[in-house]
Design a protein around this ligand. Structure first.
Ligand code: SAH
Length: 218
């Protein structure tokens, strides 16, 4: 029923803006985005913007999900760490393209809802963990790819240590109002960092993010 909406979303918002990875485009056409938004928002689930999901959080704009996923250069054998489960939509995208997804969410209510949603939709290779994702998840490290879906003041150092050799790491970094995507790759000799596009994310709150009490500012 929503296939047409998804096809149009990919064609009008994503492919035409330079996302070329066929596996990513294909996954965007398949993951049922309408199932990850609140019931009252299903009709605008495919709009070209982020959308509230409760608890002051959002499901990211489709284009941003596609760009970040493409930057991860995922292989079907990869283990991926996501910070900021939110609705679980990005996790579902990763689950389509990688072997195993560990997704960390700090708000227990969102984590539980996402866990149930992903299970009901049949995504069996995602583990949702409640905690401060700025410290990663050592239990399953190292990761072939790491994606942070909230904006922090700097790249969390601990996450870099949990990246495998040749691993890719995408993280929105910058002031609370506007950030850019930092793209980091672990090489034999260290880390290479480049800057990708600008973006606006809800704050990454934690030990290596923004302090909790600044949550409601601005
Ligand atoms: N990837 C999500 C979008 C998430 S919005 C989706 O596809 O729907 C960002 C999420 O990051 C919010 O749910 C917020 O609660 C969470 N978050 C913020 N700081 C965090 C932290 N330190 N650890 C884990 N999750 C965090």
């Amino acid at each position: 029923m929503w296939q047409r909406e998804r096809d149009q979303m990919v064609e009008r918002q994503i492919a035409c803006r330079g996302v070329t990875d066929a596996r990513v485009l294909d996954a965007m056409r398949q993951v049922p985005r309408h199932a990850f938004v609140p019931p009252e928002s299903v009709d605008c689930a495919h709009d070209d913007r982020a959308m509230p999901i409760g608890q002051g959080q959002t499901i990211s704009q489709p284009y941003m999900v596609a760009v970040m996923t493409q930057l991860l250069e995922l292989e079907p054998t990869d283990r991926v760490l996501e910070i900021g489960t939110g609705s679980g939509y990005q996790a579902a995208m990763l689950a389509m393209l990688a072997r195993e997804v560990i997704s960390v969410e700090r708000v227990p209510l969102l984590a539980e809802a996402a866990r149930q949603r992903l299970h009901a939709l049949g995504y069996e290779n995602v583990v949702v963990v409640v905690g401060d994702g700025t410290l990663g998840c050592r239990e399953y490290a190292p990761y072939d790819a790491i994606i942070v879906t909230a904006g922090g003041p700097f790249v969390p150092e601990t996450l870099k240590t949990q990246l495998a050799l040749d691993g890719r790491f995408v993280c929105p970094v910058g002031p609370r109002e506007v950030q850019h995507l930092a793209v980091i790759r672990r090489t034999a000799t260290g880390f290479q960092e480049t800057a990708s596009i600008g973006c606006v994310f809800v704050p990454l709150i934690g030990a290596e993010g923004w302090p909790e009490d600044a949550k409601d500012e601005g």
